[in-house]
Design a protein around this ligand. Structure first.
Ligand code: CA
Length: 368
């Protein structure tokens, strides 16, 4: 009798745990599964180190808001890359339930599915505003949800860096011909395009870039933008800072939620996740836009010259990018996402190329 009671209680506990947390970590306190405000403890694995405080910080903004919206009942512990899960294994860890949540850049996982690039950024793709319009009001979210369903993940936009910089070059690049043969640290699709342009692409982890650039092992390196780049000190060893980072015109980060964990949440907590994610998403770009101007000033004061990529480099990169994005269209879901993304971009170009562009061209140069 005693044993039967124990078995029964254990079974109920297991069900409640599964319902509330999906994959462990919940403190159910013996409460029935129907409780609408249970105590929930989740873990989030970030793909980023604490030192990238704007990007890593988005997960902290998310966790704080999630807690305040649920009066402290829904707690999320955020782990930097490598503490619980290696940075480049975050999607898999959410998929298999090692953690309930992840925060990452989906283009890290294009080896699993090339279409994941559209969730983050593709060369000459959407900027941050166009991306938000597409995701929230242009059908992008439905397509991304379909894509992530294949990983048992529910996705939420989780920040944007804005248009990135093109990186640090030890010597100026006056033409496409001068770019050929250079050795550059540039990952992902941007690296594949650079490779098409004759650049020798090097894959180097964040912490190794500075010494490689300093010793001349590489001629150039890209990272993010003024705020993050300044912290790594590139301005001390490479005096040509190129723009724009056409391979990341609006790099979006994403929160991943394990599907079973998501399905186990009460409706109010799901709403809290959505609201907190939206806030973290918006806040990251605002922080970058607040921090980049001051960092750029310091970089220029250190004797760095800002340079635009030559026109022939931009045109060759654009052509190579279009070819690259066409390559995976044999996959039906990739093709649908590709076409929707491309059509959205084309449809919004006329608008963004009118009032926004004319205003920006004038307003940002009138005082100089
Ligand atoms: Ca970058």
């Amino acid at each position: 009798m005693q044993r039967r009671d124990f078995v029964k209680k254990a079974a109920v506990g297991a069900v409640a745990g599964a319902v509330l947390a999906g994959c462990g970590g919940a403190e159910t306190n013996g409460a029935p599964a129907v409780q609408t405000h249970p105590n929930v403890r989740w873990r989030l694995a970030s793909s980023f180190p604490r030192s990238l405080d704007t990007i890593f910080g988005a997960a902290e903004v998310f966790a704080e808001r999630l807690s305040s919206l649920t009066e402290g009942r829904f707690q999320l512990r955020v782990y930097p890359a490598g503490e619980m899960v290696p940075g480049l294994e975050v999607l898999g860890a959410v998929q298999n339930g090692t953690v309930q949540m992840g925060h990452s850049a989906s283009y890290y996982f294009t080896g699993k599915n090339p279409a994941l690039a559209f969730d983050c950024s593709v060369p000459f793709g959407l900027n941050a505003r166009q991306y938000n319009a597409w995701m929230y009001h242009g059908g992008g979210m439905d397509l991304m949800r379909e894509l992530f369903a294949g990983f048992d993940v529910v996705n939420f936009p989780g920040g944007n860096t804005g248009t990135q910089m093109g990186g640090w070059f030890r010597r100026p690049v006056a033409s496409l011909a001068e770019l050929r043969g250079m050795k550059m640290r540039i990952p992902g699709l941007g690296g594949r395009v650079m490779n098409e342009l004759g650049v020798t692409v090097q894959v180097i982890a964040g912490g190794e870039i500075y010494p490689a650039l300093e010793r001349g092992v590489i001629d150039a390196a890209e990272w993010v933008g003024p705020y993050d780049d300044y912290k790594l000190g590139f301005h001390q060893i490479a005096k040509n800072y190129y723009y724009p980072g056409w391979w990341e015109p609006g790099a979006a980060l994403t929160f991943y939620v394990n599907r079973r964990a998501w399905e186990g949440l009460p409706e109010m907590y799901r709403q809290a996740v959505e609201v907190a994610a939206r806030e973290a998403h918006t806040d990251m770009l605002a922080r970058y836009d607040a921090l980049n101007p001051g960092a750029l000033q310091k970089i220029e004061a250190a004797g760095v010259t800002l340079r635009a990529f030559p026109d022939d480099v931009m045109r060759a990169a654009y052509a190579a990018s279009q070819d690259l994005l066409e390559q995976d269209r044999t996959d039906p879901l990739y093709d649908r996402i590709y076409v929707a993304y491309r059509d959205w971009q084309r449809a919004s170009e006329r608008w963004f190329g009118t009032a926004e562009r004319a205003y920006a061209d004038f307003a940002y140069s009138v005082q100089s």
